[in-house]
Design a protein around this ligand. Structure first.
Ligand SMILES: Nc1ncnc2c1ncn2[C@@H]1O[C@H](COP(=O)(O)OP(=O)(O)OP(=O)(O)O)[C@@H](O)[C@H]1O
Ligand SMILES: [Mg+2]
Length: 272
Protein backbone atom coordinates (compact mmCIF):
# COMPACT_ATOMS: atom_id res chain seq x y z
CA UNK A 1 0.00 0.00 0.00
CA UNK A 2 1.33 3.46 -0.82
CA UNK A 3 1.52 5.65 2.22
CA UNK A 4 0.44 9.18 1.31
CA UNK A 5 2.49 11.60 3.33
CA UNK A 6 2.30 15.36 3.22
CA UNK A 7 5.37 15.44 0.94
CA UNK A 8 4.34 12.99 -1.75
CA UNK A 9 0.85 14.51 -1.67
CA UNK A 10 2.18 17.91 -2.64
CA UNK A 11 4.18 16.23 -5.43
CA UNK A 12 0.96 14.78 -6.86
CA UNK A 13 -1.20 17.89 -6.64
CA UNK A 14 -0.05 20.60 -9.08
CA UNK A 15 -1.38 24.00 -8.29
CA UNK A 16 -3.20 25.82 -11.07
CA UNK A 17 -1.59 28.82 -12.70
CA UNK A 18 -2.53 32.26 -11.50
CA UNK A 19 -4.07 34.00 -14.49
CA UNK A 20 -3.35 37.71 -14.87
CA UNK A 21 -4.81 39.94 -17.58
CA UNK A 22 -3.16 43.22 -18.62
CA UNK A 23 -5.83 45.59 -19.85
CA UNK A 24 -6.52 49.20 -20.67
CA UNK A 25 -8.81 50.28 -23.48
CA UNK A 26 -6.39 53.05 -24.37
CA UNK A 27 -3.83 52.20 -27.04
CA UNK A 28 -0.07 52.41 -26.66
CA UNK A 29 0.05 52.62 -22.87
CA UNK A 30 2.55 49.77 -22.39
CA UNK A 31 0.30 46.69 -22.00
CA UNK A 32 2.41 44.49 -24.28
CA UNK A 33 5.76 45.79 -23.00
CA UNK A 34 4.65 45.18 -19.43
CA UNK A 35 3.30 41.67 -20.18
CA UNK A 36 6.46 40.43 -21.91
CA UNK A 37 8.90 41.90 -19.42
CA UNK A 38 7.06 40.86 -16.26
CA UNK A 39 6.77 37.40 -17.82
CA UNK A 40 10.50 37.28 -18.50
CA UNK A 41 11.45 38.28 -14.95
CA UNK A 42 8.93 35.81 -13.49
CA UNK A 43 10.61 33.09 -15.57
CA UNK A 44 14.06 34.26 -14.40
CA UNK A 45 12.75 33.90 -10.84
CA UNK A 46 12.09 30.21 -11.59
CA UNK A 47 8.36 30.46 -12.34
CA UNK A 48 6.87 28.63 -15.30
CA UNK A 49 5.13 31.28 -17.42
CA UNK A 50 2.74 31.25 -20.36
CA UNK A 51 2.11 34.49 -22.25
CA UNK A 52 -1.15 34.72 -24.18
CA UNK A 53 -1.28 37.13 -27.08
CA UNK A 54 -4.98 37.95 -27.30
CA UNK A 55 -4.56 40.97 -29.54
CA UNK A 56 -5.00 40.63 -33.34
CA UNK A 57 -2.13 43.13 -33.75
CA UNK A 58 0.13 40.28 -32.58
CA UNK A 59 2.64 42.66 -30.99
CA UNK A 60 3.42 40.31 -28.10
CA UNK A 61 4.15 37.50 -30.56
CA UNK A 62 6.30 39.63 -32.86
CA UNK A 63 8.18 41.11 -29.89
CA UNK A 64 9.36 37.53 -29.28
CA UNK A 65 10.22 36.92 -32.93
CA UNK A 66 6.99 35.08 -33.88
CA UNK A 67 5.24 36.38 -37.02
CA UNK A 68 2.49 35.06 -39.31
CA UNK A 69 2.10 31.76 -37.53
CA UNK A 70 -0.75 29.48 -38.65
CA UNK A 71 -0.85 27.86 -35.24
CA UNK A 72 -2.29 30.68 -33.19
CA UNK A 73 -4.96 31.24 -30.59
CA UNK A 74 -7.36 31.90 -33.49
CA UNK A 75 -6.94 28.36 -34.88
CA UNK A 76 -7.58 27.12 -31.32
CA UNK A 77 -10.76 29.19 -31.28
CA UNK A 78 -11.88 27.61 -34.57
CA UNK A 79 -11.22 24.17 -33.09
CA UNK A 80 -8.63 23.43 -35.82
CA UNK A 81 -5.73 22.75 -33.44
CA UNK A 82 -5.31 21.98 -29.77
CA UNK A 83 -4.05 24.66 -27.42
CA UNK A 84 -1.00 22.49 -26.67
CA UNK A 85 -0.09 22.49 -30.36
CA UNK A 86 -0.36 26.27 -30.58
CA UNK A 87 1.94 26.97 -27.62
CA UNK A 88 5.52 27.83 -28.62
CA UNK A 89 8.75 28.36 -26.74
CA UNK A 90 10.25 31.84 -26.52
CA UNK A 91 13.89 32.96 -26.29
CA UNK A 92 13.34 33.25 -22.51
CA UNK A 93 13.83 29.90 -20.78
CA UNK A 94 10.75 28.94 -18.76
CA UNK A 95 8.45 31.27 -20.73
CA UNK A 96 6.13 29.99 -23.49
CA UNK A 97 3.66 31.86 -25.66
CA UNK A 98 0.26 31.19 -27.17
CA UNK A 99 0.65 33.48 -30.19
CA UNK A 100 -1.88 35.53 -32.10
CA UNK A 101 -2.21 36.68 -35.68
CA UNK A 102 -4.32 39.18 -37.59
CA UNK A 103 -7.07 36.57 -38.15
CA UNK A 104 -8.03 37.02 -34.51
CA UNK A 105 -9.69 40.28 -35.54
CA UNK A 106 -12.35 38.05 -37.16
CA UNK A 107 -12.93 36.34 -33.84
CA UNK A 108 -15.69 38.80 -33.06
CA UNK A 109 -17.63 37.24 -35.94
CA UNK A 110 -16.81 33.66 -34.89
CA UNK A 111 -17.68 34.37 -31.28
CA UNK A 112 -20.88 36.10 -32.41
CA UNK A 113 -22.09 32.74 -33.80
CA UNK A 114 -22.15 31.10 -30.40
CA UNK A 115 -24.31 31.73 -27.39
CA UNK A 116 -23.42 35.04 -25.65
CA UNK A 117 -22.27 33.37 -22.44
CA UNK A 118 -20.11 30.86 -24.36
CA UNK A 119 -18.58 33.66 -26.42
CA UNK A 120 -17.22 35.24 -23.24
CA UNK A 121 -15.89 31.92 -21.88
CA UNK A 122 -13.84 30.92 -24.92
CA UNK A 123 -10.40 31.87 -23.59
CA UNK A 124 -11.04 30.47 -20.12
CA UNK A 125 -12.05 27.12 -21.65
CA UNK A 126 -9.15 27.15 -24.12
CA UNK A 127 -6.62 27.60 -21.31
CA UNK A 128 -8.05 24.98 -18.98
CA UNK A 129 -6.12 21.94 -20.41
CA UNK A 130 -2.78 23.69 -19.80
CA UNK A 131 -3.55 25.68 -16.69
CA UNK A 132 -1.80 23.28 -14.35
CA UNK A 133 1.39 23.31 -16.46
CA UNK A 134 2.26 26.88 -15.45
CA UNK A 135 2.69 29.05 -12.37
CA UNK A 136 1.50 32.19 -14.17
CA UNK A 137 -0.50 32.81 -17.31
CA UNK A 138 -0.27 36.43 -18.49
CA UNK A 139 -2.81 37.68 -21.05
CA UNK A 140 -2.13 40.70 -23.26
CA UNK A 141 -5.30 42.40 -24.53
CA UNK A 142 -6.08 44.71 -27.45
CA UNK A 143 -6.79 48.41 -26.83
CA UNK A 144 -10.57 48.11 -26.56
CA UNK A 145 -13.18 46.78 -24.18
CA UNK A 146 -14.65 44.44 -26.79
CA UNK A 147 -15.25 40.70 -26.73
CA UNK A 148 -11.52 39.80 -26.70
CA UNK A 149 -10.69 41.88 -23.63
CA UNK A 150 -13.84 40.65 -21.89
CA UNK A 151 -12.69 37.07 -22.58
CA UNK A 152 -9.47 38.07 -20.82
CA UNK A 153 -11.40 39.37 -17.80
CA UNK A 154 -13.46 36.17 -17.65
CA UNK A 155 -10.39 33.91 -17.86
CA UNK A 156 -8.38 35.82 -15.26
CA UNK A 157 -8.03 35.82 -11.49
CA UNK A 158 -6.53 39.31 -11.48
CA UNK A 159 -6.47 42.34 -13.73
CA UNK A 160 -3.43 44.63 -13.80
CA UNK A 161 -3.82 48.03 -15.44
CA UNK A 162 -0.83 49.65 -17.15
CA UNK A 163 -1.45 53.40 -17.10
CA UNK A 164 0.58 55.88 -19.10
CA UNK A 165 1.48 58.97 -17.10
CA UNK A 166 -0.55 61.39 -19.23
CA UNK A 167 -3.49 63.72 -18.94
CA UNK A 168 -6.60 61.58 -19.64
CA UNK A 169 -5.31 58.55 -17.73
CA UNK A 170 -7.70 58.84 -14.80
CA UNK A 171 -10.86 59.30 -16.94
CA UNK A 172 -10.11 56.14 -18.93
CA UNK A 173 -9.47 54.23 -15.75
CA UNK A 174 -12.80 55.24 -14.18
CA UNK A 175 -14.62 54.23 -17.36
CA UNK A 176 -12.96 50.82 -17.55
CA UNK A 177 -13.72 50.17 -13.88
CA UNK A 178 -17.36 51.22 -13.85
CA UNK A 179 -18.42 50.11 -17.33
CA UNK A 180 -16.54 46.84 -17.59
CA UNK A 181 -14.73 45.40 -14.58
CA UNK A 182 -17.60 46.02 -12.16
CA UNK A 183 -20.09 44.47 -14.59
CA UNK A 184 -17.86 41.41 -15.10
CA UNK A 185 -17.59 41.01 -11.33
CA UNK A 186 -21.37 41.19 -11.01
CA UNK A 187 -22.00 38.63 -13.75
CA UNK A 188 -19.55 36.19 -15.32
CA UNK A 189 -16.51 36.41 -13.02
CA UNK A 190 -17.33 37.49 -9.44
CA UNK A 191 -13.86 36.34 -8.31
CA UNK A 192 -11.99 38.81 -10.57
CA UNK A 193 -9.64 40.95 -8.46
CA UNK A 194 -8.13 44.26 -9.45
CA UNK A 195 -4.45 43.73 -8.72
CA UNK A 196 -3.47 47.34 -9.22
CA UNK A 197 -2.30 50.12 -11.49
CA UNK A 198 1.15 50.17 -13.05
CA UNK A 199 2.45 53.58 -14.10
CA UNK A 200 4.33 53.38 -17.40
CA UNK A 201 6.43 55.67 -19.61
CA UNK A 202 7.10 58.11 -16.79
CA UNK A 203 9.16 61.10 -17.89
CA UNK A 204 10.89 62.69 -14.93
CA UNK A 205 11.69 65.84 -16.96
CA UNK A 206 8.06 66.95 -17.12
CA UNK A 207 5.64 67.95 -14.37
CA UNK A 208 2.76 66.17 -16.06
CA UNK A 209 3.97 62.69 -15.09
CA UNK A 210 4.32 63.70 -11.44
CA UNK A 211 0.87 65.31 -11.48
CA UNK A 212 -0.78 62.23 -13.00
CA UNK A 213 0.83 59.91 -10.44
CA UNK A 214 -0.29 62.25 -7.66
CA UNK A 215 -3.87 62.60 -8.88
CA UNK A 216 -4.30 58.84 -9.45
CA UNK A 217 -2.66 58.00 -6.09
CA UNK A 218 -4.83 60.62 -4.34
CA UNK A 219 -7.97 59.12 -5.81
CA UNK A 220 -6.95 55.76 -4.28
CA UNK A 221 -6.07 57.25 -0.88
CA UNK A 222 -8.34 54.72 0.82
CA UNK A 223 -6.72 51.83 -1.11
CA UNK A 224 -3.01 52.61 -1.53
CA UNK A 225 -2.39 48.96 -2.41
CA UNK A 226 -4.15 49.67 -5.72
CA UNK A 227 -1.07 51.45 -7.04
CA UNK A 228 2.24 49.62 -7.58
CA UNK A 229 5.10 51.58 -6.09
CA UNK A 230 7.56 50.76 -8.90
CA UNK A 231 7.04 53.25 -11.72
CA UNK A 232 8.30 52.33 -15.21
CA UNK A 233 10.23 55.21 -16.79
CA UNK A 234 10.31 56.12 -20.45
CA UNK A 235 13.39 54.29 -21.65
CA UNK A 236 14.50 53.90 -25.27
CA UNK A 237 15.98 50.42 -24.62
CA UNK A 238 12.48 49.13 -23.75
CA UNK A 239 11.23 50.24 -27.16
CA UNK A 240 14.22 48.71 -28.96
CA UNK A 241 14.06 45.22 -27.44
CA UNK A 242 10.96 44.02 -29.44
CA UNK A 243 12.72 44.53 -32.78
CA UNK A 244 15.40 42.11 -31.55
CA UNK A 245 12.72 39.55 -30.64
CA UNK A 246 13.66 39.37 -26.96
CA UNK A 247 12.46 40.76 -23.63
CA UNK A 248 14.49 43.51 -21.98
CA UNK A 249 16.47 41.17 -19.68
CA UNK A 250 17.97 39.48 -22.76
CA UNK A 251 18.59 42.77 -24.59
CA UNK A 252 20.07 45.14 -22.03
CA UNK A 253 19.61 43.93 -18.48
CA UNK A 254 21.48 46.89 -17.00
CA UNK A 255 19.31 49.67 -18.44
CA UNK A 256 16.96 51.55 -16.14
CA UNK A 257 13.88 50.05 -17.84
CA UNK A 258 15.14 46.52 -17.15
CA UNK A 259 15.90 47.29 -13.50
CA UNK A 260 12.43 48.76 -13.00
CA UNK A 261 10.62 45.82 -14.64
CA UNK A 262 12.64 43.43 -12.46
CA UNK A 263 11.61 45.33 -9.33
CA UNK A 264 8.00 45.59 -10.47
CA UNK A 265 7.91 41.82 -11.08
CA UNK A 266 8.92 41.25 -7.46
CA UNK A 267 5.96 43.38 -6.38
CA UNK A 268 3.59 41.54 -8.74
CA UNK A 269 4.70 38.09 -7.52
CA UNK A 270 4.10 39.16 -3.92
CA UNK A 271 0.70 40.60 -4.64
CA UNK A 272 -0.96 38.40 -7.30
N1 LIG B 1 8.67 52.56 -20.78
C1 LIG B 1 8.77 52.74 -22.10
N2 LIG B 1 9.70 53.57 -22.60
C2 LIG B 1 9.81 53.79 -23.94
N3 LIG B 1 9.03 53.21 -24.84
C3 LIG B 1 8.07 52.37 -24.41
C4 LIG B 1 7.91 52.08 -23.02
N4 LIG B 1 6.87 51.21 -22.88
C5 LIG B 1 6.44 50.96 -24.12
N5 LIG B 1 7.15 51.64 -25.04
C6 LIG B 1 6.92 51.68 -26.50
O1 LIG B 1 5.68 52.35 -26.70
C7 LIG B 1 4.93 51.71 -27.73
C8 LIG B 1 3.60 51.22 -27.12
O2 LIG B 1 3.89 50.25 -26.13
P1 LIG B 1 3.07 48.88 -26.05
O3 LIG B 1 3.00 48.26 -27.42
O4 LIG B 1 3.61 48.09 -24.97
O5 LIG B 1 1.65 49.46 -25.67
P2 LIG B 1 0.23 48.72 -25.75
O6 LIG B 1 -0.61 49.32 -24.67
O7 LIG B 1 0.41 47.27 -25.74
O8 LIG B 1 -0.26 49.18 -27.19
P3 LIG B 1 -1.59 48.65 -27.94
O9 LIG B 1 -2.72 49.30 -27.21
O10 LIG B 1 -1.44 49.12 -29.36
O11 LIG B 1 -1.61 47.17 -27.79
C9 LIG B 1 5.80 50.59 -28.25
O12 LIG B 1 6.50 51.06 -29.36
C10 LIG B 1 6.76 50.29 -27.10
O13 LIG B 1 7.99 49.77 -27.54
MG1 LIG C 1 -0.28 45.84 -27.11
Amino acid sequence: MIEVTRNNCSDIIHSMAKVVVFANQKGGVGKTTTTVNIGAYMAEAGKKVLLVDFDPQGNLSSSLGIRDTDNSVYEVLLGQISVKKAVQQTPQKGMDILPSNLNLSGATVELGKVDKKDSLQFLKKALSPIRDSYDYILIDCPPSLGVLTINGFVAADTVLIPLQCEYFALEGLKYMYSMTIKRIQKSVNPALKIGGIIFTMYDSRTNLGKEVIKSVSDSFRQHPEMVFSTVIPRNIRLSEAPSHGVPINLYDRNCIGAKCYEKLTGEVIKRV
